[in-house]
Write a protein of this length. Structure first.
Length: 81
């Protein structure tokens, strides 16, 4: 009886996780769903810009839009462009 109750709870927890993942859509995804890491950072004074390589980690999303990337980078480096 105890094993049946534990397996029932495990199944219900699995269903809740699966339904929460399935209910998440790209329109509901906000900027906190992905992480940006920069590496090989250098400043280019001739062109007046910062250059770096981006590592984008987005475990719950298929892809990240360029608009979301641009807004998050602008807020990280305090750029208004």
């Amino acid at each position: 009886i105890l094993a049946q109750a534990a397996s029932r709870e495990a199944r219900s927890a699995f269903r809740k996780r699966r339904s929460s993942i399935a209910s998440r859509s790209s329109s509901q995804a906000d900027m906190s769903d992905f992480t940006i890491r920069t590496r090989k950072f250098k400043q280019n004074p001739l062109l007046g810009r910062k250059q770096f390589v981006l590592d984008i980690i987005h475990p719950g999303m298929a892809n990240v839009s360029k608009k979301d990337l641009a807004t998050k980078l602008a807020s990280m480096y305090k750029v208004h462009d």
